[in-house]
Design a protein around this ligand. Sequence first.
Ligand SMILES: [Zn+2]
Length: 141
Amino acid sequence: MTDASPAAESPLPALLARLIAEGRHHAYAAAHSKTEELARVHEGAVSEAYNAAVYVADLIATGRMRHPGYDVAAEAEAAAKRVAASLSVDPAERGEAISDAIYGATAEPAPQKHIGGNAEDCPGCDGTNPPYPFICPGLAM
Ligand SMILES: [Zn+2]
């Protein structure tokens, strides 16, 4: 018996193979699509598979992304860790968690709170142009 613990092996080569297979599938489908619209959908999927495969290949080859701009921002890292820490057994729920992690990063910022006093100094009043004498409606708002 050899020690071939699956945990000791990097999953990245298998992921790279899967992404290349995905890209090949969609490239074939794009070339054989019955409509232009369907071909474009498959071409989009090829592009996604290509980009993901490049990320994974960079990680395998160098242990990091090739370009500083490709480094993962702290918020994205945190969102990814939350997803990984609570993966559902349900594929649809896993997809939803990933979608939340992606779109949550670009969510509208929370509205500014009113601080009372002079409206000109209040972030909550900013842009609301309250009537004279320009008093912030206060903390209750
Ligand atoms: Zn205010």
